[in-house]
Design a protein. Structure first.
Length: 251
């Protein structure tokens, strides 16, 4: 049976990539072409499938060197899954970095609307720190077995974890900025902050003291956190504690 062969022009049309890109992959050893009797590049059907893989990997942010090194060699499916999970963590980190910047922008606008001076230096510092946060580090966090069981019960999907993380980071960023801008703890902004924090805690703990203790255990092990997260919480915690105490005492 004759094996189907594709010219550069044909594989370009099928893949949607330019002939120059395909030739570049050949020159770089990412996807080597065979040569016909006239010396023209030809590709197999298997290479067309490989090219589709390469295009997918590029679309989710893999570098060509990473593709050449790990993704187009003869490796086991579980190894590919591990690599993809790592890339997934990197993409989530990028997503969270963008969200942190949006949160910083929103808190700056909020303070300006209320007539407070925006703490540009602090926000700039925190944005740089949060930009370096690696979400994959949380996959390596050493949870005690019982705490791990409780968190699996609380967070039934990765999206729930991210929603909590975003809320926690946003409130902490607000608290740090309010402190730097000298927003009074009696203010409406501070009261809204307190309500947001209490609502977050209620959502994830549902009043369960064991779950709350598990979260406090994570807080007591900040050496395992990303540096940017530690910087943020250290800048926020005193003000947030004062705000919570003030608004609890008013009940």
């Amino acid at each position: 049976m004759m094996v189907k062969k594709y010219s550069v022009k044909e594989i370009s049309k099928l893949s949607g990539l330019t002939p120059r890109t395909i030739q570049y992959y050949d020159n770089e050893g990412i996807m080597r072409a065979a040569r016909d009797e006239l010396g023209h590049r030809v590709y197999s059907e298997q290479q067309l499938y490989l090219l589709e893989q390469i295009t997918f990997y590029r679309s989710i942010g893999f570098s060509l060197s990473k593709i050449k090194e790990q993704l187009i060699t003869d490796i086991e499916d579980q190894d590919i899954e591990r690599i993809l999970e790592y890339q997934e963590s990197l993409l989530y980190s990028q997503k969270e970095s963008i969200q942190a910047k949006l949160d910083g922008l929103h808190v700056a606008k909020e303070l300006m609307r209320e007539g407070y001076e925006v703490p540009w230096e602090l926000l700039s510092h925190l944005m740089r720190s949060l930009n370096e946060v690696d979400m994959s580090a949380w996959k390596e966090y050493e949870f005690p077995e019982e705490d791990s069981r409780l968190f699996q019960k609380v967070f039934t999907s990765e999206q729930m974890v991210l929603d909590f993380y975003n809320t926690f980071r946003k409130i902490s960023l607000q608290a740090a900025a309010y402190k730097a801008s000298k927003v009074p703890i009696e203010s409406t902004l501070a009261e809204t902050l307190a309500k947001g924090w209490k609502g977050m805690v209620q959502t994830v703990t549902d009043g369960d003291e064991q779950v709350l203790a598990a979260f406090l255990s994570v807080d007591n092990n900040r050496e395992q956190w990303n540096a940017g997260e530690r910087h943020l919480v250290m800048a926020a915690e005193d003000y947030l504690a004062d705000v919570l105490k003030h608004h609890d005492d008013r009940k």
